[in-house]
Design a protein around this ligand. Sequence first.
Ligand SMILES: Cc1ncc(COP(=O)(O)O)c(C=O)c1O
Length: 362
Amino acid sequence: MKVPLAQPVMTEEMVEAAANALRNERLTMGESMFRFEEEFAAMCGVKHAVSVGSGTAAIQLSLLSAGLKANDTILTSSLSFVATTNAFVAFGGVPAFADVIESEYTIDPSKISVAAETKAIIPVHLYGHPCRMDEVNAIAEESSVLVLEDACQAHGAMYKGKRAGALGDIGCFSFYPTKNMHVGGDGGMVTTDDEEVANSVRKLRHCGRKGQYEHDAIGYTARLNSVNAAVGIEQLKMLEGWNEKRRAVAAKYHSKLKDIDGLRLPPRPSGDVIPVYHLYAITTERRDELKAHLDGAGVQTGVHYEIPIHLQPIYRQMFGYAEGMLPVTERLCRQVLTLPIFPDMTDDQTAYVCEKMSEFFG
Ligand SMILES: Cc1ncc(COP(=O)(O)O)c(C=O)c1O
């Protein structure tokens, strides 16, 4: 049996919606883009959703819109995709990192230290698991810094009755093809209740336009194409059901793997936190051996992430970071392995992965 790590869905309805947008709409700034934004805002429970060309653009344009600038410090976790920080290092922002909670993989509020130069905190809902937002928001409020959720892996996740994307000042999403929902290519979304931020992101994604031929900001070309938005509308209809199926796969993993010694499983849903299992991340000291065993049995796995952001070559070079700075994050990067999870994963596939895991651990 072969089990892929992820399996992006593209139904006939999605293809039809894309073809319809190609035939009948403006190719950029078309009606699907505006409709997708409205429906995404409603899903998150926020006033504004502004679509952009990627998750990276979502983070970058929202930070710029909130007034962040070169030399401002932005604090986040290093256990993330490098785009979380690339988004602001690109305009001269300076990263600072807090270590993560080992069992939850998300930023540890007790390790957050806000310096005078710190102007924003980016909690990353890694693998679809919401951060401890009450604590993060309390710290941010005390020191008057912005909270931007990196919700690029957490479409539809919930924390204390609210959706990811509605838990801080701004939320940022990616629609990269392997995410819980995609747009048939690259795409991103900014969510916020702040009208000024929303309007600024609208301007910055559209070349800094004030009118058709007048520009009053240094903008970017970072719009979501109509064809992608049309696919996004169809994907969004499926999101809740897909997330439910992901949680069902995670529950099966949990029941079959929970008693294996030397294996730690990701957090389960609780009353307060409903994760969406973008990835099912386990940890073991024998990660590389386990990976080889599963690869050999046709089970595709991933390592998210093998290198924490602060130890990426360009970050070492630019900021002089070295090993030992974030012990929990660095340990997790040596131990984490992501198992296959996707909505249409069959019971046979889940059982097969668990059988190969049990075989490995004996
Ligand atoms: C946590 C996180 N942040 C940011 C991004 C950047 O998104 P994109 O690839 O759409 O630019 C991604 C996804 O790839 C991500 O997983």
